[in-house]
Design a protein around this ligand. Structure first.
Ligand code: GLU
Length: 277
């Protein structure tokens, strides 16, 4: 009698642990841009199954990804390239969803599966290649400085311990400025809108990031200008989760098609003609 009870107890315990293990297994796999979604061995397959691609984009960066407060739509070069790629991959540019990322949050959100790809002014670097895979380069920027017109800061050489530089967390710009102007204090912000507001409020002498992003700020307020030469190379790529070769190939093929059809240049000119030299 006692033995039978013990046998039953052990059997129940064994069964319970099998059930717990099974539940854990199904919860940790298959995490992707639409939570709870099933199926698909890779991200491209899941994109095709759900018939929608989820891009992480900037919401605060003029010319690349900026939320229009009147319409609620996000607009910019990255947005239009993303839509054109959705058309290449899914046959319709509206089969797309945008989620906001910042320089700091974009890689964690990608690796968590909240987004399928990042198209957000993101420089391809060796460091980042350890965490994500990048498509071919689709835009070439370079780091520069934005100052109030008439500022004594006219280039990298004018930065010293008395000139505070404003930058954004998680960007290459922050690391670069620390090594190129090591004496200058750096104040870091969550995003570019906050950094520009801080420059306008006099919280620093210069704002540093890619010339392409600074050009958007200068275009929005004529009291500010870019100064000096660009002092780094910032080639932009679209990032996908490491090992997602099928999605990477689809995006690269899409970029290639857009370039050879002339559509890529059309999108480029619609945003940068007269703004970038
Ligand atoms: N392109 C630079 C970077 O990837 C600066 C722009 C940004 O912060 O997104 O870090």
């Amino acid at each position: 009698m006692f033995k039978t009870k013990r046998f039953l107890l052990l059997t129940v315990m064994a069964l319970m642990s099998v059930m717990i293990l099974a539940a854990c297994g199904s919860g940790s796999d298959n995490k992707n841009a639409s939570s709870g979604e099933k199926g698909g061995d890779n991200v491209l397959e899941r994109i095709k199954e759900r018939d929608k691609i989820v891009f992480g984009v900037k919401y605060d960066t003029s010319l690349f990804g900026l939320k229009n407060p009147t319409t609620g739509e996000v607009e910019g070069f990255d947005i239009d390239v993303a839509k054109a790629l959705a058309k290449e991959i899914l046959g319709d540019e509206t089969k797309i969803e945008f989620k906001e990322v910042t320089s700091k949050t974009r890689i964690p959100l990608l690796n968590k599966g909240d987004i399928d790809a990042i198209i957000a002014t993101m420089t391809v670097t060796e460091e980042r290649k350890k965490e994500v895979d990048f498509t071919d380069i689709y835009f070439n920027a370079g780091q520069s400085l934005l100052v109030k017109k008439g500022s004594p800061v006219q280039g990298l050489d004018d930065l010293n311990k008395d000139t505070t530089v404003l930058a954004v967390k998680g960007s290459t710009s922050t690391d670069n400025i620390r090594s190129l102007a090591p004496d200058a204090p750096v104040l870091e912000f969550e995003n570019y809108a906050e950094a520009f507001t801080a420059l306008k409020a006099g919280k620093g002498e210069a704002l540093t990031t890619d010339d392409s992003i600074l050009a958007g700020m200068a275009a929005s307020d004529s009291n500010y200008e870019l100064v000096g030469e660009k002092f780094t190379e910032e080639p932009y790529g679209i990032a996908v989760k490491k090992g997602e070769k099928e999605l990477l190939d689809a995006l690269n093929n899409g970029l290639e098609t857009l370039k050879s059809s002339g559509e890529f240049d059309e999108i480029y000119n619609s945003w940068f003609e007269g703004i970038l030299k």
